[in-house]
Write a protein that binds this ligand. Structure first.
Ligand SMILES: *[C@@H]1O[C@H](CO)[C@@H](O)[C@H](O)[C@H]1NC(C)=O
Ligand SMILES: *[C@@H]1O[C@H](CO)[C@@H](O)[C@H](O)[C@H]1NC(C)=O
Ligand SMILES: *[C@@H]1O[C@H](CO)[C@@H](O)[C@H](O)[C@H]1NC(C)=O
Length: 702
C-alpha cells in the first residue's frame, strides 16, 4: 500500500487544524532567506575536514556523509598556479579519484527534498594528481541518467558542468562512470536551491544542462559575474556582440528582479544596436547544438535607458526563419524570454531587430542556453531505495557497487540485487547477501521491500530472532537463512507461509528451535502471547503510520521533536511539559490576547530563547474542548509538515490545560487569503503550496 501523507492528513485533521495552513506564509519567508544564503552544499573534494576558502566560502568535509569510495590526492604543485586566476583555484588543489568500480557516486541530501529545483555543479581539474601525465576521459551521471562526457585538453584545464533539475528524489546522486579510458576524478561539487518556477521550460520536467551563460556589455577587464554576486550560483561569462554598443546604468536598481534573481551587475549592463535600423546578432556557431536534444534559450532584458513620452522598445527576435518572437519593453521593464528549440533544429545565431514602428534600437542584457537531458531511466521505487539504503547502513556495507540507485541503470545495479523492470518504476525482487559478513539482527527494513521474492542471507553471523514481519512480504518465495546464529522459534506466520509456497531454509542455526517440541512449549503461552501480539500489532500500526507521516521531513522534525505518550487520559509530551507557573511567566500573566480558537482563548508568549509562541488555553468548562485538545495534541506531536504549524509543548497542570505553538506572525489562513490583508498570499505562493501538497503524494511523471 502506498501511503500518501497529505491525503491522510486531509482525512484525519480536524477542521480546526486546517487553519494552521497559515504556516505557509512563513515558509516563503524562510525559503527566501535560504536562497539568500546562496549555495547549500559545497564539497571541496579531497579535503576531509570542513573548511573555509580565502573568499570566506564554506565547504563541507569530503567524507562518508557524501561519498564512500575513492582515494584523495593533491594535484601536482607545478600545475596548481596555472589556475590561480580562477575563483575556485584553491578547490582545484585536491581531488578524489575512483580507481575501483565502474560507477562511484556522491549522494547529496538537500534540505528541501524532492520536487524542488536545484542547480548542481561539478568542477574537475586533473593537475597530474597521479603523476602519470595521462588525462582521463569519463562520463558523469545525474541520478540514473547520463549527464555529460568529460574531456580535457590540458593537464591544468578546469572543466565545469552545471545542471538545473527539479529533483525526482530526496537524494541526488552525482555519479562518475569509468568508461575504460582512465580513472574518473572530481575536484569540487556544489548544490544550490533555486526557485521552482524558473528554468522549467513549458511542461518539461527534464533537467537542463548548461551550455553557455553570457552577460553582455561588461567592462573589458572582468571575466565573470558569479557567486556571491549571483545568489543562484550562475557564472556569467563576459561576452561580446559585433557592431553593438555597450550601455550601462550607474543608478541603483530598485525593481523587483523577479524569479530569475539576475545579479544587479547583469541588469546594469547591456548592449544595443548602433541605431534603430541596425540589428544585433548573437553568433552561436561555437555552441555545440545536437540534433537529438531539445534546447532552451533564455534571453534576459532590462530596459534601463530613458524613453521619451512613454515610447516603447519593440523588437523581433529571430531564432530561425520560422521561429520568431516579439519583445516589447517599457522603461524599466525586466523580461526573460524563454524559447524552446525543438529536436533537429541547429541554431547558428539569434538576431534581434527593431520592428517597424519602434524608435529605439534593439538591446539585450544576457543570454543562457541549455540542453534538455533525456531521462530514459526511471529511478527505483522510493520505498525500495530507502529500504536498501537502510539495510546498507545497518550492516555498514561498503561494497563498491552499492552506490547510487539500486536497480538503475541496469548495467550498474547493486551486486546481489535483482529487479523487475516491467513497470515504469523498477522494483527490487531479490536480494542475495549470502556470505557478506553480516552481523547483528535481521533488520525490519528487509520487510519493507514489498515486491521481494527471494531473500538469501545465508552464511553470515546474524543473531537474534527471525522477524515475523518477513511473512508480510506477499510475494516471498525463498528465505535462505542457512549458516547463521539465529535463536528463538520460527514465527508462526512464517511457518504458515512455508506451507503455502514459501521455501524456508534454516539449517545451520544451532540455537534456532525448529522441532515440534518447541511448538508444544509455545502453545502453553499461546493466550498471553496472542494478547501481547495484538497490542504490539496495534502499537506497531500506530508507530508505522506516524513514521510514514513523519518520514518526508524527518530531518526538520528532529529539532522540534515532541514525543507523546498517552496514559490514563493524561497527555505527556517528553521534555515539553509546561507548568502553570511557567505559562504565567511565558505569557506575562496572559497579558496579550491574540485570538479565540476552537476551545478557548489564545495568548502571545515568549520562551526563554525569545521564540514567540501562541498559547491556546483550554477553557475550563468545555469537555468537547478537551477531546479536541487531546486529538490536536496527539496529532500535532506526531507529525511535522511544513504547511502545518508545529507544536512546541503543552500544559496539563492542575486545572490548566494549554497547547503551545510556534507563533505565526502573519495571522491565519483566512487572513492570508483575504484581499484586505497587506500580506495576502500571492498566486505563486498559493501555487507552491499546491505543488508541495501534490508532490508529497504523487510520483513525479517525467
Ligand atoms: C596534501 O598536501 C598537504 C600539505 O600541502 C599535506 O598535509 C597532505 O598530507 C597532502 N595530502 C595527500 C593526500 O598527499
Ligand atoms: C546467492 O549467491 C550465492 C553465491 O554467490 C549462491 O550460491 C546462491 O544460490 C544465491 N542465492 C540465490 C537465491 O540466488
Ligand atoms: C541456501 O544457501 C546455501 C548457502 O549459501 C546454498 O548452498 C543453498 O544452495 C541455498 N539454497 C537455495 C535454495 O538457494
Amino acid at each position: 500500500m502506498k501511503i500518501r501523507p497529505l491525503w491522510i492528513l486531509a482525512l484525519v485533521v480536524p477542521a480546526s487544524l486546517i487553519i494552521h495552513l497559515q504556516k505557509s506564509a512563513q515558509v516563503f519567508a524562510s525559503d527566501d532567506d535560504q536562497t539568500d544564503t546562496g549555495r547549500e552544499i559545497s564539497i571541496d573534494c579531497g579535503v576531509t575536514e570542513e573548511s573555509q576558502d580565502s573568499n570566506g566560502f564554506h565547504h563541507e568535509a569530503d567524507d562518508a556523509e557524501f561519498v564512500e569510495s575513492g582515494k584523495i590526492y593533491n594535484v601536482s604543485s607545478d600545475d596548481i598556479y596555472a589556475n590561480s586566476q580562477e575563483q575556485v583555484w584553491e578547490q582545484m588543489k585536491t581531488v578524489r579519484s575512483f580507481p575501483e568500480g565502474v560507477r562511484n557516486c556522491y549522494t547529496l541530501k538537500p534540505k528541501n527534498g524532492k520536487c524542488n529545483n536545484y542547480l548542481i555543479r561539478v568542477y574537475m581539474s586533473y593537475g597530474n594528481y597521479d603523476h602519470k601525465n595521462s588525462i582521463p576521459y569519463f562520463h558523469l551521471h545525474l541520478g540514473v541518467n547520463f549527464w555529460e562526457k568529460i574531456k580535457f585538453q590540458n593537464v591544468t584545464d578546469i572543466r565545469r558542468k552545471t545542471v538545473v533539475q527539479l529533483s525526482p528524489t530526496n537524494y541526488i546522486d552525482v555519479c562518475l562512470i569509468n568508461v575504460g579510458k582512465g580513472t574518473p576524478f572530481i575536484s569540487l561539487l556544489e548544490l544550490w536551491p533555486l526557485s521552482n518556477s524558473i528554468y522549467r521550460a513549458s511542461s518539461s520536467l527534464l533537467p537542463l544542462g548548461l551550455m553557455t551563460c553570457v552577460n553582455l556589455g561588461m567592462s573589458e577587464n572582468l571575466k565573470f559575474i558569479r557567486y556571491a554576486a549571483d545568489i543562484y550560483g550562475r557564472s556569467w561569462l563576459n561576452g561580446k556582440i559585433d557592431n553593438s554598443k555597450p550601455i550601462y546604468t550607474s543608478e541603483g536598481i530598485n525593481i523587483d528582479v523577479k524569479e530569475y534573481r539576475l545579479p544587479s551587475d547583469v541588469l546594469k549592463t547591456a548592449v544595443r544596436a548602433q541605431n534603430v535600423s541596425s540589428s544585433l546578432y548573437i553568433n552561436l556557431t561555437s555552441i555545440n547544438f545536437t540534433a537529438d536534444n531539445e534546447h532552451y534559450i533564455y534571453l534576459h532584458f532590462f530596459d534601463f535607458e530613458e524613453h521619451s513620452n512613454g515610447e516603447v522598445r519593440s523588437m523581433e527576435i529571430t531564432f530561425t526563419d520560422t521561429i520568431r518572437e516579439p519583445v516589447t519593453l517599457k522603461h524599466e521593464d525586466v523580461r526573460t524570454l524563454v524559447k524552446k528549440i525543438p529536436k533537429g533544429v541547429i541554431l547558428n545565431g539569434i538576431s534581434i531587430t527593431s520592428t517597424p514602428g519602434s524608435s529605439l534600437p534593439p538591446m539585450i542584457n544576457a543570454y543562457e542556453i541549455y540542453r534538455a537531458l533525456p531521462q530514459p531511466n526511471t529511478p527505483t521505487h522510493e520505498e525500495d531505495v530507502d529500504a536498501m539504503r537502510n539495510i546498507k547502513h545497518a550492516y555498514n556495507i561498503m561494497r563498491i557497487s552499492w552506490q547510487g540507485d539500486p536497480c538503475m541503470p541496469i548495467d550498474y545495479r547493486w551486486a546481489g540485487v535483482t529487479c523487475n523492470y516491467s513497470e515504469r518504476i523498477p522494483r527490487v525482487t531479490s536480494l542475495n547477501m549470502s556470505s557478506s559478513k553480516l552481523a547483528g539482527q535481521i533488520v525490519t527494513s528487509f520487510s519493507n521491500l514489498m515486491t521481494l521474492e527471494a531473500l538469501d542471507l545465508s552464511n553470515n553471523q546474524l543473531t537474534g530472532e527471525i522477524p515475523e514481519s518477513l511473512a508480510e512480504l506477499p510475494n516471498l518465495k525463498l528465505l535462505n537463512l542457512t549458516g547463521n546464529n539465529l535463536t528463538g522459534s520460527i514465527p508462526k506466520a512464517l511457518r504458515d507461509k512455508s506451507t503455502t509456497g514459501l521455501t524456508l531454509i534454516l539449517d545451520g542455526n544451532p540455537g534456532l528451535c525448529q522441532t515440534s517440541s518447541c511448538k508444544a512449549i509455545t502453545k502453553k503461552f499461546i493466550k498471553p502471547l496472542v494478547a501481547s501480539v495484538a497490542s504490539v500489532a496495534v502499537l506497531t500500526t500506530i508507530v508505522y503510520i506516524s513514521l510514514m507521516l513523519c518520514r518526508h521531513k524527518r530531518k526538520h522534525h528532529s529539532d522540534s521533536k515532541v514525543m507523546l505518550v498517552k496514559k490514563d487520559d493524561q497527555i505527556r509530551l517528553k521534555n515539553q511539559g509546561f507548568s502553570q507557573a511557567e505559562l504565567h511567566r511565558i505569557t506575562k500573566d496572559f497579558e496579550t490576547e491574540i485570538g479565540e480558537g476552537g476551545f478557548g482563548k489564545v495568548y502571545l508568549g515568549r520562551l526563554k530563547d525569545v521564540t514567540q509562541v501562541a498559547v491556546k488555553l483550554l477553557s475550563k468548562s468545555s469537555q468537547q474542548g478537551f477531546d479536541e485538545f487531546q486529538s490536536e495534541a496527539n496529532l500535532l506531536s506526531l507529525i511535522y509538515h511544513k504547511n502545518l504549524v508545529s507544536l512546541v509543548g503543552y500544559c496539563d497542570d492542575g486545572d490548566m490545560r494549554a497547547l503551545i505553538y510556534e507563533y505565526m506572525e502573519k495571522g491565519n489562513l483566512r487572513n492570508l487569503l483575504s484581499d484586505n490583508n497587506p500580506n495576502v498570499l500571492k498566486w505563486n505562493e498559493r501555487l507552491q503550496i499546491a505543488l508541495d501538497a501534490a508532490c508529497d503524494s504523487i510520483d513525479l511523471e517525467t
